[in-house]
Design a protein around this ligand. Structure first.
Ligand SMILES: [Fe+2]
Length: 388
């Protein structure tokens, strides 16, 4: 028993904007574009705006999305959007922009709804008046395909978060390979390895299904095969297109199956160490794969399945962990937490905060085996020392 939710339409390739316009015409003529200043500077916002204007749409836009959007950021954008009364919201940017647009979508459809209350258990009622189109410019978060929404803000000294709802999966995802081709090398690696972590955590999640397994395995295969190549050839649109698709497939998988321990640790350690989410989740991933394969028969079986697929497709006999290490070494990505200034002493000193963060993270519940506090600390100690 379960629910499997995906965007209604995915348009992809170098003609993706034309395909988007053709589909959008069926739903009205007023478009509100949600973006940020980085995307504006890159000229992507203008390109999307022009595509709609040339087709006769009435367009308004904002570049006010913050790096990590808060509830009040979303509310202020939503106030402007509601005056304009759009038929379609278009998000162009990374995960933060798409998440902010999901919040604006909820607010436009259901003005009385409490954004703090977004959860899979609450009915919102979106999709009646307004459609959401998501155009990702990075290949990693998968937000264009997911029901998740990351908004946070301190209220009365406590941090509040929004989680997600199947209703806020974007109506359309637009995968144009030219947008991610502007990412610098470090972001290509960080976001690509984040997508790999999504695929590998979705694969062994406690609520994985045959639907999500298929997406997770194919996504991992593409990332292992193409990520080193796209880092060397950043303007190769065929390679960019494949990685862009793989990142979305990993998003489709984890949106429907959940993530796991690597993300629970990364959500906690990333902000404490000031390290990009993709980089930290990637560095913790091999140790979580090892822990899961030692402690869960089901996870070990799934990893072996992926191993067989990778060996057959990539034509080189390797264990999964060995393949992850090989990929990181090729990309020059750290395999230990010491590279981020994280020592055994630091883990010990911050033990209580780390444990509290990991055990309150909603992703932990999807890990195939629930770790004890000691298990989490052992995984972290191994990760600091690079003991795979
Ligand atoms: Fe992630």
């Amino acid at each position: 028993m379960g629910i499997f939710a995906l965007p209604r339409l995915v348009v992809y390739g170098t003609e993706a904007l034309d395909l988007m316009i053709e589909e959008a015409k069926m739903f009205g003529e007023r478009v509100f574009i949600v973006s940020d200043r980085v995307i504006e500077k890159l000229g992507f916002l203008e390109r999307v705006k022009r595509a709609f204007e040339d087709a006769g749409f009435l367009v308004e836009f904002t570049v006010e999305v913050e790096e990590e959007p808060s509830f009040s950021n979303v509310e202020s954008i939503a106030r402007r959007a509601s005056q304009f009364k759009p038929d379609i919201i278009v998000a162009i940017g990374g995960g933060s922009v798409i998440d902010a647009a999901k919040g604006v979508w909820v607010r436009l459809e259901n003005p009385g709804y409490d954004l703090y209350g977004i959860s899979p258990l609450e009915r919102i009622g979106v999709g009646k008046k307004v459609r959401l189109i998501a155009i990702p410019t990075t290949s990693g978060t998968g937000s264009e395909a997911t029901f998740g929404i990351v908004l946070s803000e301190k209220v009365d000294g406590k941090r509040k978060y929004a989680l997600g709802s199947y209703e806020i999966v974007p109506w359309m995802a637009v995968l144009h390979p030219e947008f991610p081709s502007s990412m610098p090398r470090s972001l290509t690696i960080g976001t690509g390895l984040d997508a790999l972590a999504h695929a590998l955590e979705a694969l062994v999640s406690s609520t994985a299904s045959d639907f999500t397994d298929a997406l997770a395995v194919k996504s991992a295969e593409i990332i292992f095969s193409e990520l080193p190549r796209v880092v060397e050839e950043p303007k190769n649109l065929d390679l960019r297109g494949r990685i862009h698709m793989a990142a979305m497939m990993a998003g489709m998988a984890f949106s429907n199956s959940g993530l796991g321990l690597a993300h629970a640790i990364a959500h906690t350690l990333g902000p404490m160490l000031g390290v990009h989410h993709g980089a930290i989740v990637a560095s913790i991933l091999p140790y979580v794969v090892k822990f899961n394969s030692e402690r869960s028969e089901g996870a070990a079986g799934k990893y072996r399945l992926l191993e067989r697929v990778l060996n057959a497709v990539l034509g080189q006999e390797m264990g999964l962990l060995e393949r992850i290490v090989d990929l990181y070494q090729t990309l020059g990505h750290p395999l230990d937490l010491e590279s981020y200034g994280c020592s055994l002493g630091w883990i010990q000193d911050n033990r209580d905060e780390i444990v509290a963060g990991v055990f309150s993270d909603p992703d932990l519940g999807f890990n195939p085996v629930l770790p004890s506090e000691e298990d989490v600390l052992e995984v972290l100690n191994r990760a600091v020392e690079g003991r795979i």
